[in-house]
Design a protein around this ligand. Sequence first.
Ligand code: UDP
Length: 338
Amino acid sequence: MGRAGSVLVTGGAGYVGAHVVLALREAGWPVVVLDDLSTGRLLPLHRDCSVVLGGVGDRDLVRETLARYDVQAVVHLAASILVPESVRHPLAYYRNDVAVGLALLEACVAHGVAAFVFSSTAAVYGVPERSPVDEEAPTRPINPYGWSKLMFERVLRDAAAAHDLPFVILRYFNVAGADPELRAGPLPDGPTHLVRVALEAALGLRPFVPVFGVDYPTRDGTCVRDYVHVSDVATAHRLALDYLLGGGAGAVLNCGYSRGHTVREVVAAVERVTGRSVPTRVAPRRPGDPPEVVADARRIRDVLGWEPRWTELDAMVAHAFAWMRRGRPAEAATRRAG
Ligand code: UDP
């Protein structure tokens, strides 16, 4: 497998993106980050790569970047990712997550990119008929976010077939945690996913965790999700590149651990890890929340040889907690300087 050029990571300043940058740099890849910093932010780790500030939709900038940095492979993570926002602003989601990606693909085909890794989501399955859900399960998204990811999957597969663009689609389940060495972690103003909400409640930053539904047909009545450590997700991207550059065929891969935890189990983990109590309050079901979404993740292990390291829920929570407590160094430094 040749490593003639560099890897372009779109959205490399985002939550998953920063961890992908770490994984690629650790493997010796020269990395170029393309990010408009609309939600992401630059961290010290980004000093170790080239950073191009701008949007994926800027065709000239993308073309110039591919040529200038001799980009061999692309990891496309830049996207809008908030489900409720996607319901309110569907056109913005179809623009950001489909149309903009289409422009990127055109540039990649013209440039002759040798590998393309796309971050998709378990949201493409909608409310899965069965759980664990495998990659052949019907895809029936239930919101514009899921649809936009599925549409781009389709576009990518068709383009790959016609233009010899090797691709891997990674369908993430519930990404959580932070880099164990605390070089990256969840963004301060990132989405209010369960682990964050529970940690904030443990720290007294919010009064309680609303538990959205306690009468689901699950072991304790609360929803089950497959929580996957962000560093393991990042490793999957690195392995996907090696696989593709080694001649691997196009693949769609679930990225989860094949096991789920209930909302109450997550809350209990947060209590164990933090040593603090986490008040909860029963709240109505959230519309569109499937009772259980767990990956059948046999394929990613077979195809990529992925061996996740941080499968314990407590590790994910502990790393996220440590990152949160570490605070916001940039802002803190500014405050000190001021
Ligand atoms: N959840 C909850 N309270 C919260 C946030 C989330 O009960 O404050 C539940 C939510 O209903 C779902 C699970 O936790 O069953 C994971 O939700 P999250 O928003 O983290 O991820 P999603 O599965 O929606 O992508």
